[in-house]
Design a protein around this ligand. Sequence first.
Ligand code: PGA
Length: 224
Amino acid sequence: MTKYFIANWKQNKNQAEAIQWADDLISLINTDSKLINALNSKKIEIIVCPSSPLISVIKNKLSSLNNLSLGSQDVSKFTGGRHTGEIGAKTLSDLVKYTIVGHSERRAQGETENDIESKIIQLQKYQIEPILCIGGEKDKIYNNISFLAYEPVESIGTGNNLKLNEVLKMKKRLNLKSSTKFIYGGSVSSLNIGEYLGTNEIDGLLIGNASLDPKSFYNIVAKI
Ligand code: PGA
């Protein structure tokens, strides 16, 4: 069973910082044979989600590692055409394997369930895997989704990670298909990661703040 480690950089970093991050992460991983083996054997997959203009800046560099993929943090809900400022699934499809949709920070900016549904349709049309984020039971779960990230809003960026038993209680309530990958996100760090890695019930982690520094992200992934 693969464990997914998803780095969500949010609105951070410029080109130089992104390149430095990628160089540092590669150096750290290359000194860790256990981690190299875990990547080579698909025991883990690392998914890096920078802001969209930075994706192509680090893509080639990161391709030196196996089972490391790029993702975007959002996608346009529209089919291509007259939509100034939007980044569509067609454009992203050359660059990423995954896209985060429905993040609470986007929902807070007015993204609706209809928007999310349209985004999922766009992504699937271009064979990009949506990682659907929900804050709880009130958010709709689309049943053609393979990756579901449960991110309680009170836990995002607050240092108050939700304890494992509470995360698992929610998973039970969500009643997901057995094939759906269940991801937890919200103040995950190297100090609490062990809790989530100890169970097969959690397929991966979505990591914001603690992914911004390559050493701190490495320290999380290295706990595998
Ligand atoms: P956090 O962010 O790790 O900083 O809490 C997680 C997220 O928003 O995906």
